[in-house]
Design a binder for this molecule. Structure first.
Ligand code: FES
Length: 185
C-alpha cells in the first residue's frame, strides 16, 4: 500500500487494526464478500438495550479493506442499532480522511458487513431486514491494482486463482487473499 496514496489515518488503522477478532456469543453477525477479488469481511455485534456494546471484525482483504473494517468498529461501538444503520460507505471513508477514488469500493465492504450484522440481529428478533447494501455492483475490484499494492508493501500476491481470478472464498470456503489476513484464520 503506497503511503503517498493513503492518509496517515488509513495507514494507522491498516498497521494497527482495532477490534480484531470474533465475539463467540454475538447477537448479530454479518459477512460480505466479493467473488471477483475474494475479499471478505465479517463483523460481530454484541447488542444490549438496543445499543452496540461490543464489535469485532475479521477481514481477508486489501489494506483499505482492513483500515475500513477497523475504523467502522470504532465508529459504531456505543451507537444505537438505529444510528448504526445510518453509517454509509461514505461516512467510513470520510472518517479515515478519505480514500483514493480507486479504493472507494473497499469501503462498501465495511458498510455492507455492518448492515448484514444488524439485519442478522433484527431477523433473530423477529424483525424484517431493512436497508440496501452499498452494493456489490459498485464494488468493482481492480485486482491488478490490489496486487500492485501488495508488491509495493512486500506482501506476496494472491496465489489462489482460477482462470486468473481469485477463488471465491464463500463458494469454496477458502480465503483467497490469505496472505493479507487480519484477525487470524
Ligand atoms: S476490498 Fe476488494 S480490493 Fe479492497
Amino acid at each position: 500500500m503506497s503511503k503517498e496514496l493513503y492518509t496517515d489515518k488509513v495507514m494507522d488503522h491498516f498497521m494497527n487494526p482495532r477490534n480484531v477478532g470474533e465475539i463467540p456469543d454475538a447477537d448479530g453477525v454479518g459477512q460480505v464478500g466479493n467473488p471477483v477479488c475474494g475479499d471478505v469481511m465479517r463483523i460481530y455485534l454484541k447488542i444490549d438495550g438496543g445499543r452496540i456494546q461490543d464489535v469485532k471484525f475479521k477481514t481477508f482483504g486489501c489494506g483499505a479493506a482492513i483500515a475500513t473494517s477497523s475504523i467502522i468498529t470504532e465508529m459504531v461501538k456505543g451507537m444505537t442499532v438505529g444510528d448504526a444503520l445510518e453509517v454509509s460507505n461514505r461516512h467510513v471513508a470520510d472518517a479515515l480522511g478519505g480514500l483514493p477514488p480507486r479504493k472507494m469500493h473497499c469501503s462498501n465492504l465495511a458498510a455492507d458487513a455492518l448492515l448484514a450484522a444488524v439485519n442478522d440481529y433484527r431477523v433473530k428478533h423477529g424483525l424484517s431486514q431493512i436497508g440496501e447494501p452499498a452494493g456489490h455492483g459498485a464494488h468493482q475490484h481492480e485486482h491488478d491494482a490490489a496486487d500492485a499494492d501488495d508488491a509495493e508493501a512486500g506482501r506476496p500476491p494472491c496465489t489462489l486463482r482460477v482462470d486468473g481470478k481469485c477463488v471465491d472464498p464463500q463458494a469454496g470456503g477458502v480465503p483467497a487473499r490469505k496472505a493479507r489476513i487480519a484477525g487470524g484464520g
